[in-house]
Design a protein around this ligand. Structure first.
Ligand SMILES: NC(=O)c1ccc[n+]([C@@H]2O[C@H](COP(=O)([O-])OP(=O)(O)OC[C@H]3O[C@@H](n4cnc5c(N)ncnc54)[C@H](OP(=O)(O)O)[C@@H]3O)[C@@H](O)[C@H]2O)c1
Length: 275
């Protein structure tokens, strides 16, 4: 059998093509949408908060997007993902940004099975489902681009937010493998690993924001540039690259200790802030 030439051919992205962005109603998703709008991409934006999506649409049109369509969808629902993809396909989507995400802070033992299932559906099932639909429609065309928003947390165990870190490790590993497999087809797959961001993420997860958080615009600029260039992997920021390097040099038990202490302090700060 002929050996497949994975990871070797120069990739062809589809910039300027219609792009679906999940989690476009805030934070990094909004900032990536604006970056794509600056490149004159036609956009399909999705989230659950319609008025916040309207705000992103306004910013994208001002930045130069020729057209911005909105569709509300809860990505944890397989039915809503089906309707979302039907709409995206009608719009001619050839590029997808799997960005939507959330975390739950606290002891895993205290969290319900329903909460675990909800997180796994959002962080693993939804990106894989959308990627499967994307690859099925784009492979025959020989062009298409997929961007998966992972996290530097993918490189460490994450006490007090264990499912989130573990799910991001899964997402990163799968994304890099997919990128290699699809390289000969011309389809681009990029995994982006941002560090802490100034967004609603931390408070929604139930903890305080890290004092080292970056603006979503900082991360979005670097991520979109790397995606455009067809890189399979991007860590936006020197500090974040150092964190990744450290977690590769030191044993995972050490990383668990560092992350556990950091997350515990953010949880404590959040409890104190509420008093
Ligand atoms: N913030 C950080 O420190 C950080 C660090 C590394 C990586 N990341 C990753 O970056 C990505 C974006 O996070 P962010 O910081 O921009 O957080 P954010 O401001 O809280 O945005 C999260 C987005 O995900 C959407 N979302 C959440 N649950 C959803 C659901 N069930 N169905 C559909 N959409 C849903 C939200 O839309 P609605 O509100 O409209 O539902 C929102 O647009 C995530 O994948 C996150 O894991 C974040």
């Amino acid at each position: 059998m002929k050996k497949p030439a994975g990871g070797m051919k120069k990739p062809r992205g589809t910039f300027g093509a219609t792009t679906l962005v999940t989690g476009a109603s805030s934070g990094l998703g909004r900032a990536i949408s604006v970056e794509l709008a600056l490149r004159r991409c036609r956009l399909v934006l999705t989230g659950r908060q319609h008025s916040a999506l309207e705000q992103t649409r306004k910013e994208c049109l001002e930045a130069g997007a020729p057209q911005v369509d909105l569709i509300d969808a809860d990505l944890t629902s397989p039915q809503e993902r089906g309707v979302l993809w039907g709409f995206a396909a009608e719009c001619g989507v050839e590029a997808v940004v799997n960005n939507a995400g959330a975390g739950v802070a606290g002891l895993w033992a205290d969290q319900s099975w329903e909460s675990d299932q909800h997180l796994l559906a959002l962080l693993i099932e939804a990106p894989l489902d959308l990627a499967k639909r994307w690859v099925t429609s784009c492979r025959p065309l020989g062009r298409g681009a997929l961007l998966n928003i992972v996290s530097t947390g993918a490189y460490q165990p994450g006490p007090y937010t264990a499912i989130y870190y573990a799910a991001k490790a899964f997402l990163g590993s799968w994304s890099l493998a997919l990128s290699w497999e699809l390289a000969p087809t011309g389809l681009v797959v990029t995994a982006a690993y941002p560090g802490a961001l100034k967004s609603s993420f931390a408070t929604r997860s139930g903890r305080a924001e890290s004092p080292l958080s970056r603006s979503p615009a900082f991360a979005a600029q670097r991520i979109v540039r790397a995606w455009e260039a067809g890189h399979p992997h991007v860590v936006p920021g020197a500090r974040e690259k150092l964190a990744v390097l450290a977690s590769r040099l030191f044993p995972e038990t050490w990383s668990a200790q560092v992350v556990g202490n950091l997350q515990a302090s953010l949880l404590q700060a959040s409890v104190l802030n509420r008093r």
